[in-house]
Design a protein around this ligand. Structure first.
Ligand SMILES: Nc1ncnc2c1ncn2[C@@H]1O[C@H](COP(=O)(O)OP(=O)(O)OP(=O)(O)O)[C@@H](O)[C@H]1O
Length: 380
């Protein structure tokens, strides 16, 4: 059994807090994806797990042993780096075998392992070549083979396929998953690409500004993002954000914005009362929850708020249609209609949104305010 535990780890570079009190665990057989934009601290946390950097605070445990201060060579960890990390003067075979020879494994075992892993990764014909005679995809597979040939306690992948073309990426992703399944050890995979994260992980940790914003399954992150950053980062086309102000009319709370008004059911009352009337709330509206008038039948009896909108521009997107809509003098939003019904620029349409699917964010912390029960508007 192998397990990685990262406990309250922080790291400063000069005055910059690159990793801020980060904690997570990765179990045997699990590929945990760290997903975040550039400069968010992903590589720094990985370098601390490997031993290339020492945390200023917190600890790192591998199989229950505290390895926080251990040298790189004393942690049995295998890493695939973004820049391949191959020796240009060695053949593919020697690059892959190097780590095993370093561990003084018998020659026959080295050969057997190299053959096995290169067969799996489709590299058997390239063993005598040097790295300069390989394509980007092949180089990346050699880097993966070099790591997979080892029996490590933990496997780390630092944006391993970011430099490959989309077709090769898909293929290489499958190979990494296949070998990870065979190894049955914990793995961490770093990426900036949410589609890559979603296609590989059971659990994803979203990271920004050195902080873990949320850990969850792809579904949890999409359905219940912890805050505005996560909702924005995972929305494609981009999340629409509209600001509104809380109003109390008789005993009922409403959120009024320039283009729509939401009347909240009683489940929201205590929360909105705490924030107070006139507090600003940001609404997050994913383009896919905006339904055009010709598809209202699909809403059946779900609750809805309606808006009049003018089509500014529309374009097809793989069987769907993205449409830029003006919904008030100052507000434009993007909708993604599931069907491909043609709309004209300038056309006036009515659209509906199920308020249960709107995200409401705290005015200061930007955390999600929605009650845990996803459908309070429908219950009302
Ligand atoms: N050795 C270092 N010295 C000074 N600052 C550093 C060092 N390593 C990282 N940083 C800073 O720490 C922050 C986090 O960097 P890190 O490389 O961990 O981000 P990242 O999320 O991996 O980014 P990318 O996806 O672009 O590789 C950045 O602002 C970076 O400039």
């Amino acid at each position: 059994m192998s397990k990685l535990e990262v406990r309250n780890v922080s790291k400063w570079f000069d005055n910059k807090l690159a990793v801020d009190n980060m904690s997570f665990t990765v179990d045997d057989d699990e590929l945990f994806v760290l997903l975040g934009p550039s400069d968010s601290g992903k590589t720094t946390i990985l370098r601390m797990i490997c031993g290339f950097e020492i945390p200023d605070e917190g600890s790192i445990l591998l199989n229950g042993n505290d390895v926080t201060d251990h040298e790189v060579a004393h942690r049995n960890i295998a890493v695939v780096f973004q820049d391949y990390g191959l020796n240009p003067t060695m053949t593919v075979y020697d690059n892959i075998a190097q780590g095993l020879r370093f561990r003084r494994l018998p020659k026959e075992e080295v050969e057997m392992r190299v053959i096995m892993v290169t067969e799996m990764l489709g590299l058997k014909e390239k063993l005598r070549r040097q790295p300069r005679n390989l394509s980007g995809g092949e180089l990346q597979r050699v880097a993966i083979a070099r790591v997979m040939v080892k029996d490590a306690d933990l496997y780390l992948f630092d944006e391993p396929i970011s430099q490959l073309d989309p077709g090769t990426r898909r293929h290489t992703r499958q190979e990494i998953l296949m070998v990870q399944r065979i190894k049955k050890k914990p793995g961490i995979y770093i990426t900036q690409d949410q589609y890559e994260a979603f296609s590989m992980a059971n659990r994803i940790g979203v990271i920004a500004n050195g902080r873990l914003q949320q850990i969850g399954s792809p579904d949890e992150l999409v359905q219940t993002p912890a805050n505005l950053f996560v909702a924005r980062f995972l929305s494609d086309p981009p999340l629409n954000t509209i600001e509104g102000y809380i109003q109390l009319v008789n005993t009922r709370y409403h959120l009024r914005s320039e283009c729509l008004t939401i009347s909240f059911p009683p489940q929201w009352t205590s929360l909105l009362a705490r924030l107070g009337p006139q507090s600003k709330i940001t609404m997050g509206i994913r383009p896919s929850i905006i339904v055009p008038e010709w598809a209202f039948a699909s809403l059946k009896s779900t609750p809805r708020v309606m808006m009049r909108a003018q089509v500014i521009h529309s374009g097809p997107l793989m069987g769907r249609r993205t449409v830029l809509l003006r919904v008030s003098q100052n507000i434009e939003i993007t909708a993604e209609f599931k069907d491909n019904v043609a709309v004209r620029d300038g056309q006036i349409i009515t659209v509906a949104i199920n308020p249960d699917k709107i995200f409401f964010f705290h005015p200061h912390t930007e955390e999600l305010l929605n009650p845990t029960h996803a459908s309070v508007f429908s219950m009302h």
